[in-house]
Design a binder for this molecule. Sequence first.
Ligand SMILES: O=C(COP(=O)(O)O)[C@H](O)[C@H](O)COP(=O)(O)O
Ligand SMILES: [Mg+2]
Length: 483
Amino acid sequence: MPKKMDAKKRYAAGVLKYAQMGYWEPDYSPKDTDVIALFRITPQDGVDAIEAAAAVAGESSTATWTVVWTDRLTACEKYRAKAYRVDPVPNSPGEYFAYIAYDLDLFEPGSIANLTASIIGNVFGFKPLKALRLEDMRLPVAYVKTFQGPATGIVVERERLNVFGRPLLGATVKPKLGLSGRNYGRVVYEALKGGLDFTKDDENINSQPFMHWRDRFLYCMEAVNRASAATGEVKGTYLNVTAATMEDMYERAEFAKSLGSVIVMIDLVIGYTAIQSMAKWARANDMILHLHRAGHSTYTRQRSHGVSFRVIAKWMRLAGVDHLHAGTVVGKLEGDPATTKGYYDIFREERNPMALENGIFFDQEWASINKMMPVASGGIHAGQMHQLLTYLGEDVVLQFGGGTIGHPHGIQAGATANRVALEAMVFARNAGRDIWNEGEDILRDAAKTCTPLKQALDVWKDVSFNYASTDAPDFAPTPEVSA
Ligand SMILES: O=C(COP(=O)(O)O)[C@H](O)[C@H](O)COP(=O)(O)O
Ligand SMILES: [Mg+2]
């Protein structure tokens, strides 16, 4: 095991092990105000795990590859990140969990860009490591309090929409690309009139030659207004304001507001600073802010390298979005049940206790910042309603794109099938029925008086997406682990 720092030799010119430079402190006990990061480290063959952890601590805080005397001009012992614990990953030879603590003064208040420039800045390309994954972070209350948090929050979103006691329902307009404004608006109208609360633009619909953004906004808001008038319900459509520049995004968001939209949408690919800017705009303009996590799987999906989505979820709660996609468990995209539960808890709880079986390594206090509404989207249909309600709970938007628009009798029928399936399932749950086991019967009973639901169940009855997860948690929910 590498030795701790030797103070006498520490500042001689030359190259020292990171552990000897002070980035390994096995006796360190993190302060309440420290930011803590938990990395999964896969050192190159022959590289000691503790030295690898110290290197990550060093390169993500103050260090470079050689001793620099200028350290002594600073409070360097305070500013050095400290790797303080390294554990082998269960059942994964060659992988280690490294715990690293960072002094709060290393970070600019309220800036995800600054936090991430340290924590994921250089280290992921570091040659002594084969792979590196940021699994989780503990964000101290003192730091959480420097962020705005979700612009609107779940409570106020429900008040504005006047929907209580059930999940919200949505649909992504399909086909994603190619519809003209008028046809697009027709999809929105039918889906909302049929019973959904929301429709949404897809991640890649911005302002293309086949439909410029103003056309889309105008036809969509006409659809929203007509559907609201026809149903007496508050309706919304997530107008995607993602664009090349902040100026363009503000222009589009202002136009959405001027047309009376309750919600605008952005994509994760716009970047953290742009997301924080839009969150501030949303709060100042009484707008719900939907974030599509477009692009996340390029770095969240593989368990040995990248950033876990649970960390992205924490950053986005700080950054201040109201909605964020979080997975469906049962749909077409990656989402192990236990891992997904961890994400949902990060979105919706006041406090997250450590839950290794859900991938949560730390107690996390949210210090009363608003809660984010998770969005379950991707390959779901009415026949899964009992599973969705059981896995995902009540504060969630269930979003059926293909599962609304692909209905054999049209979009309104698809929306009605989803609304009736949901209300039947919530009613059954509230009446004390075991919806997990009786779900299919509950849906079949409801379908007796709802032809659109019967048609939906008939067409999609055998559709499921059963594949091995690429990101199941490392810890089973055994008493030893959760104790
Ligand atoms: O277009 C869709 C879903 O369409 P459909 O409902 O037709 O499958 C969304 O972009 C994905 O759900 C995003 O995935 P995630 O929510 O996992 O980020
Ligand atoms: Mg999509």
